[in-house]
Design a protein around this ligand. Structure first.
Ligand SMILES: [Zn+2]
Length: 54
């Protein structure tokens, strides 16, 4: 899943565009990908536990 909200590292502003509308540098995804990856694995483990109990 791709986040819509992006951030310019130079202007410290949030934007919806892949390039900053202010300085035209590429913007970055402000959400660290490792968090969403961790959530995904935890979710699989929880769902797996549910299936084993039933
Ligand atoms: Zn900028």
């Amino acid at each position: 899943m791709k986040h819509l909200l992006r951030k310019c590292r130079f202007c410290k502003i949030y934007t919806l565009y892949e390039k900053c509308t202010n300085c035209h540098n590429p913007t970055v995804d402000p959400h660290p990908p490792k968090f969403s990856l961790g959530d995904k694995y935890i979710r699989y483990r929880i769902e797996g536990k549910y299936l084993n109990n039933e």
